[in-house]
Design a protein around this ligand. Structure first.
Ligand code: SF4
Length: 281
């Protein structure tokens, strides 16, 4: 696919990840998609935002990838599950966009975060984008569920300054119920990052009635603390900003009646992580 065709569909200008986007790559032949995934020369982005302050240190430019193999009950971006809902973007086009913010990111001690969806569904593209960012002297962060961490070589891992790792539950059965998959791959990736002493921020989404069990949180906290490379934990309150997407996409949403997590529910979870010796917010 030529660069022109890749960027013709929709502008790469900053979009909110909460904006519903579907079918942006529907016209892309399957063979082009396969070739793009193999080479990493083209990726599929749901959106591209600037000014984020919660996806890594400082002010961030965030590229949100399309494609995720998990099916989290609380996912607020189910439109990112299908890669074909993303905008086909060449790596050079994405890097060119990032370059616009280079100086500002350096001044504000921020950087570039690749989020999703699950970015490692497109791990070749992710690696090329991180390499481009590093060449520009931009701090890099990967927001991932860790499932495909094994696809990155040690040298490729070194292109990533910070991994934002989602630990969604401890108990295997609970994790499967919550995400549709077993947690083993994520924990293996966490251990590998620890062995290589790569900085990690853990993210834990607190869903009332699902992930607020004190024993469960304590187990995640013990594991995170045992790694030795977790610089920070963010307890993220469940919210309903993605509810309308489930409805629009016609996907049964089991949490429609679940209330957003309150400050009173979040605080004990933060305290549990701190009690394990971690810096938590
Ligand atoms: S891993 Fe993230 S993008 Fe994938 S289903 Fe879960 S919350 Fe959604």
């Amino acid at each position: 696919m030529s660069d022109d065709r890749a960027v013709a569909t929709v502008s790469l200008e900053a979009k909110s990840p909460f904006e519903l986007r579907v079918g942006l790559a529907d016209g892309v032949p399957e063979s082009d998609v396969r070739a793009a995934l193999a080479s990493g020369d083209m990726g599929f982005l749901h959106s591209f935002t600037t000014g984020a302050t919660v996806d890594g240190p400082g002010v961030r430019v965030v590229a949100w990838t399309a494609g995720c193999m998990w099916r989290c009950l609380y996912c607020h971006n189910p439109d990112t599950w299908r890669m074909s809902n993303g905008l086909p973007v060449t790596v050079s086009r994405a890097a060119e966009e990032l370059r616009k913010y280079r100086r500002g990111l350096q001044v504000m001690k921020g950087g570039f975060t690749l989020s999703g969806g699950e970015p490692l569904m497109q791990h070749r593209f992710a690696v090329k984008l991180f390499a481009a960012a590093k060449e520009m002297g931009i701090h890099t962060a990967l927001d991932t569920n860790g499932y495909y961490g094994h696809k990155l070589s040690d040298a490729e891992l070194d292109l990533i300054d910070l991994v934002l790792l989602d630990l969604k539950a401890w108990d295997d059965e609970r994790h499967r119920r919550l995400t549709g998959v077993d947690p083993a791959s994520t924990r293996d990736f966490a251990q590998r990052l620890a062995t290589r002493k790569r900085p990690v921020w853990v993210r834990y989404v607190l869903v009332p009635g699902l992930t607020d069990d004190p024993g469960e949180i304590a187990a995640v906290a013990r594991f995170a603390a045992s790694l030795g490379n977790v610089a920070r934990v963010d307890v993220l309150p469940f919210h309903q900003m993605g509810k309308y997407k489930w409805e629009k996409l016609g996907i049964p949403y089991t949490l429609a009646d679940t209330e957003p997590a309150t400050h009173e529910q979040i605080e004990p979870a933060i305290a549990a992580f701190r009690a394990a010796g971690l810096v938590a917010y």
